[in-house]
Design a protein around this ligand. Structure first.
Ligand code: PEP
Length: 254
């Protein structure tokens, strides 16, 4: 079966953006995608929780999708400071990043907890952008494939489809560092992920599911990374905060 996967370029704004600059950035991207008329990629932005509703209103009618950067595993209740997937859906989100390495490191999130969050995202009718990737120490120990396979097995609950799941391979040591794996390394890990998904979901569903690469994607390396067979877009941190850079990365994927 020959499948064409439409690239997804996702911006993770992390804890950046007050209303002035956040709304201006979203507005500028909305203007560009409208001018592009029929772009050959999908754009997703994941602002901080505080801006989601206002950016959602500003993006009404735009082709840009809106996502959260995390959610709680349950829908309501006594969880001070947390946000549920249902709340994100209610605020206009269609996607949620889950299991980002900064959540795993800063909040000690385990694969089991991440898996429960992915399930919550699905229950809310949203798409989970599940992040997996090895640390530098794991890479140096030759454990990349084993770590990625284990995280995929343990943090992706059964029932994944190309409609409810996107996987982002993000080597932890490449995030925010300006360093990236070689294209051969990215190709090998993405092929491993696709192969593992095929065993769990079947060849057809695995062939439809989008695999993003994340970690220091910039305008000058995006074209090479996005041209790889099993790379279907990017999860972009720092470069997603500049309209020119984010747009240039998106154009490189088409
Ligand atoms: C990220 O945090 O998901 C990320 C990929 O960051 P950066 O692009 O800044 O490396």
């Amino acid at each position: 079966m020959i499948v064409t996967r439409r690239p997804l370029i996702a911006g993770n704004w992390k804890m950046n953006g007050l209303s002035g600059d956040g709304l201006a950035l979203a507005g500028e991207l909305a203007r560009r995608i409208e001018d592009a008329a029929d772009p050959a990629f999908d754009l997703l932005i994941c602002p901080p929780f505080t801006l989601i509703s206002r950016i959602g209103e500003a993006l009404a009618g735009s082709a840009i999708a809106l996502g959260g950067q995390d959610c709680h595993a349950v829908e309501t209740g006594a969880h001070t400071g947390d946000i549920s997937a249902a709340m994100l859906a209610d605020s206009g989100c269609t996607h949620v990043i889950v299991g980002h390495s900064e959540r795993r490191a800063d909040h000690a999130e385990t694969d089991t907890q991440v898996s429960a969050k992915v399930a919550a995202v699905r229950s809310a009718g949203l798409v989970a952008v599940l992040c997996i990737g090895e640390t530098e120490a794991q890479r140096d120990a030759g454990e990349t494939n084993a770590v990625v396979a284990r995280q995929l097995a343990d943090s992706l609950p059964d029932g994944a489809t190309a409609m409810n799941t996107v996987i982002a391979y993000e080597p932890v040591w490449a995030i925010g560092t300006g360093r990236t794996p070689s294209v051969a390394e990215v190709e090998a890990v993405h092929a491993l992920i696709r192969g593992d998904l095929a065993k769990r979901l079947g060849d057809d569903e695995a062939a439809r599911l989008r695999l993003l690469y994340g970690g220091s994607v910039k305008p000058d390396n995006a074209r090479e990374l996005m041209s790889l067979a099993d790379v279907d877009g990017a999860l972009v941190g720092g470069a997603s905060l500049k309209a020119d850079d984010f747009w240039s990365i998106a154009q490189s994927s088409a």
